[in-house]
Design a protein around this ligand. Structure first.
Ligand code: ZN
Length: 306
């Protein structure tokens, strides 16, 4: 049964990535750890609010070789407080009708990509999980959406591709929160507002997607290539709105019609950005720490909002 559940979620993720959706009801497992975890995180003293971060993760080729972007990811943590834990919102974990949060004390690797050199499948990101934080997430989202613990998903490449460079020692607990792909953009933004309290408990919430993500525009080997005009336009429009604290045009990106469809034939990679914006709020100071295009339709832009 466990394998079957895992497979169903993987299929949903694949269908979501293709924009096809999926029918049927997912079977969620709710480990006891989520019900019985000690409520110690809430009792800890508040910290200065942790910035909210969005990373454009690009293609998994970035895991195999250094590039200009993952070099910038590696430099980012020196500019941030050291997190107590990291909550990843990865474009690659899509669910239907609920949010799942990884609840295992030692989450497994999830090699959710196919056809890459064997070296990629030998990589291990060995950070522990933290069931306390899973419980905090469930509590924070109570009344907004159903949340269930999941001990099987582990770390998908939206997580390990980025953290391999940002926190290579893997000595900070890491969790993932899934994205309910049946919900509209504003739902995710509102959901993220409810997670703001985590920022003052030393938890880094990190959105992992891409501001522009169209894999149909194939590139070569990961070297920066000239982007399409629509990719530049969408990237610049979203950036201008975010820098100006004007989140409405970002939430309403679909009103851009063909421009939005070119930038996101499916919008799974855009949704993590809405979590980052909702966590930070429009009044946050914004900086771009990373930019450029990995392929002609993949923006590698990343933001820190504090
Ligand atoms: Zn991706």
């Amino acid at each position: 049964m466990a394998t079957e559940n895992h497979t169903r979620r993987a299929v949903l993720a694949a269908l979501g990535a293709l924009g096809l959706g999926a029918a049927g009801t997912l079977l969620f497992r709710q480990p006891a750890s989520l019900d019985t975890a000690l409520d110690t995180l809430a009792a800890l003293p508040d910290t200065d609010p942790m910035p909210a971060v969005f990373v454009g993760h690009g293609t998994p080729f970035g895991a195999l070789a250094p590039n200009v972007w993952n070099a910038q990811w590696a430099q980012l943590p020196a500019t941030l407080p050291r997190p107590r834990a990291i909550l990843m919102v990865s474009a690659h974990w899509l669910t239907e009708g609920a949010s799942l949060v990884t609840s295992a004390a030692a989450p497994p690797m999830n090699y959710d990509v196919r056809g890459f050199p064997s070296e990629l499948y030998e990589y291990r990101y060995t950070a522990p999980g933290d069931p306390r934080v899973a419980r905090e997430v469930a509590t924070a989202l109570q009344g907004h959406t159903p949340v269930y613990g999941d001990a099987e998903w582990g770390f998908d490449h939206g997580t390990w591709l980025v953290l391999k460079y940002m926190y290579p020692r893997a000595d900070i607990p890491v969790l993932q929160l899934s994205i309910d792909y049946t919900r509209p953009p504003a739902f995710h933004y509102e959901l993220a507002k409810r997670l703001r309290g985590l920022r003052s408990k030393g938890i880094l919430v990190l959105g992992s997607g891409n501001v522009v993500h169209n894999l149909g525009e194939r590139g070569g080997t990961g070297v920066e290539e000239h982007p399409r005009d629509w990719a530049i336009e969408f990237d610049q429009r979203m950036t201008a709105a975010i820098m100006g604290g004007d989140h409405a045009p970002v939430l309403d990106f679909q009103t851009l019609g063909a421009l939005a469809i070119n930038a996101h034939p499916t919008y799974d990679h855009f949704l993590p950005l809405l979590y980052t914006l909702g966590l930070a709020g429009p009044e946050a100071e914004v900086r771009t720490f990373c930019e450029g295009f990995q392929w002609p339709g993949i923006s590698m832009r990343g933001f820190v909002l504090a």
